[in-house]
Design a protein around this ligand. Structure first.
Ligand code: GLN
Length: 286
């Protein structure tokens, strides 16, 4: 059958990606609306609107990539996070909804005053840093990444959203900000074990492995960051971390070893342990 209308394309496209996507109908609709610049209502009103040849070509091209497993966020180079539409490329992890929990936990601990300095370690597309910058306009946010290409994406996102209270530094974890002290450090490090079967799923295959994988048990980055963090925090400052849902005991142990107190673990919307927050003691001294 020759495809002529939006409705015909939608039906055919969702069948074609049914094996690869958990949400084939939605994916097809999102692609169609982006290419044809249609909102939901327009599509609902006129499902049999004819497609132009160039729209059809672009749609077929995106559909082939989607059928191979490429995530919709990379196809459209765009992902919503914390009410911000972010530019995403394959140089950065696609921001996950569960990371909004990390943003909430950090915001609970950041006052909106000019004295507050906040660090986002391994910012990727800038999701965490930009959400914090948006919600706390008086605070000064520093975002780091070891990947210069990820930093370019994050910088472009800050510019696109007109956020001027964020600056960017290149480097490996805290080496990016030598001698600096912060009221709060937020970090969503890589925490997946290199042989985790989850890495065989379609979406993670397209993401930078550097942002996902952290050694044999997924703990390598956390083992570097947690012991080093107290030196980069003001007395009473907070470290807020995302981690895997089975890593809570190991993270808790590392936080105790590094002499953090007030250690709190949080669960995400699906009930999985996902974020830990820990305060460096008021009397912490080297
Ligand atoms: N939660 C992500 C996943 O499931 C991993 C993100 C990360 O390593 N920071 O793939």
């Amino acid at each position: 059958m020759t495809i002529k209308t939006a409705g015909q394309w939608l039906r055919r496209a969702s069948e074609r990606i049914a094996g690869i996507s958990d949400t084939p109908g939605l994916d097809a609709e999102v692609l169609l609306r982006a290419v044809c610049m249609l909102d939901r209502t327009a599509l609902a009103i006129a499902p049999e609107a004819p497609l132009k040849m160039e729209q059809l070509e672009r749609l077929e091209n995106l559909l082939v990539r989607r059928a191979q497993g490429e995530p919709v966020a990379y196809l459209l180079e765009e992902k919503e996070f914390w009410s911000l539409t972010l530019w995403v490329t394959r140089d950065a992890l696609i921001p996950r909804p569960e990371t909004e929990l990390l943003v909430e936990c950090a915001l609970d601990r950041i006052e909106d005053t000019t004295a507050v300095q906040v660090l986002d370690l391994g910012t990727g597309s800038g999701a965490i840093a930009l959400a914090l910058a948006r919600e706390r306009p008086a605070a000064q946010i520093t975002a780091t990444d070891v990947s210069l290409r990820a930093l370019e994406v994050a910088r472009a996102n800050a510019r696109a959203h007109g956020l001027q209270n964020v600056d960017f530094r290149a480097g490996h974890w805290l080496n990016a900000v030598p001698g600096q002290c912060y009221s709060l450090i937020a970090c969503n490090p890589p925490y997946v074990a290199y042989d985790d079967p989850h890495l065989q799923t379609w979406h993670t295959k397209y993401e930078p492995q550097l942002a996902l994988i952290s050694g044999k048990d997924g703990m390598e980055a956390l083992q570097q960051i947690i012991p080093a963090a107290p030196r980069a925090l003001v007395p009473g400052g907070w470290l807020v971390l995302e981690h895997g849902h089975q890593q809570e005991p190991a993270v808790d142990h590392l936080l105790h070893q590094a002499r953090f107190d007030s250690i709190i673990h949080y669960r995400d919307a699906s009930g999985k342990s996902r974020v830990s927050a820990a305060r460096v003691s008021e009397s912490f001294a080297e």
